[in-house]
Ligand binder design. Structure first.
Ligand code: PLP
Length: 387
């Protein structure tokens, strides 16, 4: 048989989703893949039930149903402080995953370089390979996961750099970029004439006193920012696969083409049902933040009571737990043993870092209290993994 493609040979399957399969195999409390085990808002589910009997069963407009885009434009205009045009500036995609891929394909040519902060969400490596771009990694240094401005400039100023990927708030390290950091990135993006592709799926999951700043709202950044986002985390509907790109019409024209030929469009009945969520008032987002703050506090207090050392999230819903003391060389093996012998599913930290890091595992806490308490109870036994 002829060789299969080079581009699909160079990356593995998703470690995150592999760890979910391992978790399921051993009946572990799955804190690996980041999705909630609580219900989406009732109003969205009620609307979904109605939608089955309405006329939403055929393709919608490829770049998203009109009323979904209008509701989204209204919501994001309120948050971003400027009028977003639902017709020219939005493309609805199948999750932020497709939004990021379509953005990368729209911006880069094979051989171009993209700046990626490390640790990073694992999809970005595959996005770069599939679009033919070469990732240039810039470390975020613990405990605050700050970056060295000189190193960033050195990376951005290399020939062939086309874009920087900014995951804010960050998965896996929970960093929320400060205004000063955002301004610095913006200044370099303008000076070296590159795009910024943002992944803002955790925009509403931020803990006091941190604040989400939209890169696209900084002076001079509107034209060169491609905002990728989704409804997955904000409305607890990761399975609905609803995401979007917000960018200038010159960019969305290209994104629309990629999107059209990749997926044709997002699911019409789901867009219709989720429109109700986009119309929620500010109280919904305040409630979401309070709920996540509660889960974070419950979980991190539990980790502390089990004597674990971990990162303090500023946003998103992950912690990186230090496993140095258990004597493992291989963090993936640690996660397999953790699932099998302790009964908790985690993701090896090495899948998020460019650097040689194998002393961290990622756990998420978007779960009901009972689930988190069950995981904490089991984690009290983690020391039996000590070698
Ligand atoms: C940073 C980040 N981006 C994107 C995604 C995937 O988002 P979506 O469900 O919208 O494709 C995730 C999911 O965990 C994520 O953590």
């Amino acid at each position: 048989m002829p060789e299969l493609s080079n581009r699909t040979a160079t990356f593995t399957d998703s470690v995150i989703r592999r760890m979910t399969r391992i978790s399921n195999k051993y009946g572990a409390v799955n804190l690996s893949q980041g999705f909630p085990d609580f219900e989406p808002p009732r109003e969205i589910l009620d609307r979904l039930a109605q939608v089955t009997n309405e006329d939403f069963h055929q393709y919608s407009i490829t770049w998203g149903a009109q009323n979904f885009r209008e509701a989204l434009a209204e919501k994001q205009s309120r948050l971003m402080g400027r009028k977003i045009d639902p017709n020219g500036e939005i493309v609805v995609t199948c999750g932020s995953t497709e939004a990021m891929m379509a953005a990368m394909m729209s911006v880069t040519n094979p051989g171009d370089k993209v700046i990626v902060f490390s640790p990073f969400y694992e999809n970005y490596g595959a996005d770069a390979i599939l679009s033919g771009a070469e990732p240039i990694y810039v470390p975020l240094v613990p405990p605050e996961f700050t970056f060295d401005p000189d190193l960033l400039e050195k990376a951005i100023s290399q020939p062939g750099v086309k874009a920087l990927i900014l995951c804010n708030p960050s998965n896996p390290c929970g960093k929320v970029f400060t205004r000063k950091e955002m301004e610095l990135i913006a200044e370099l993006a303008i000076r070296y004439d590159i795009y910024v592709i943002t992944d803002e799926v955790y925009e509403h999951i931020i803990y006091d006193p941190y604040e989400h700043i939209y890169m696209a709202t900084l002076p001079g950044m509107r034209e060169r920012t491609i905002t990728c986002n989704s409804l997955s985390k904000t409305y607890s509907i990761t399975g609905w696969r609803l995401g979007y790109v917000i960018a200038s019409p010159a960019i969305t024209d290209r994104v629309k083409k990629v999107h059209d030929f990749l997926t044709v469009g997002a699911a019409a009945p789901l867009m219709e049902a989720a429109t109700v969520g986009l119309q929620f008032g500010d109280d919904y987002y305040a409630g979401l933040k309070a709920h996540y703050t509660h889960m974070k506090d419950l979980f991190t207090d539990g980790l502390a009571s089990a004597g674990l050392t971990f990162t303090k999230p500023q946003g998103a819903y992950y912690v990186l737990v230090d496993i140095s003391e258990y004597g493992y060389e291989d963090d993936e093996q640690f996660c397999i043993d953790l699932a099998r012998e302790v009964g908790v599913g985690a993701v090896p930290g090495s899948s998020f870092f460019r650097e040689n890091v194998n002393h961290l595992i990622r756990l998420h806490f978007a779960k009901q209290d009972e689930t988190l308490l069950a995981a904490i109870d089991r984690l009290h036994d983690i020391r039996k993994l000590k070698r």
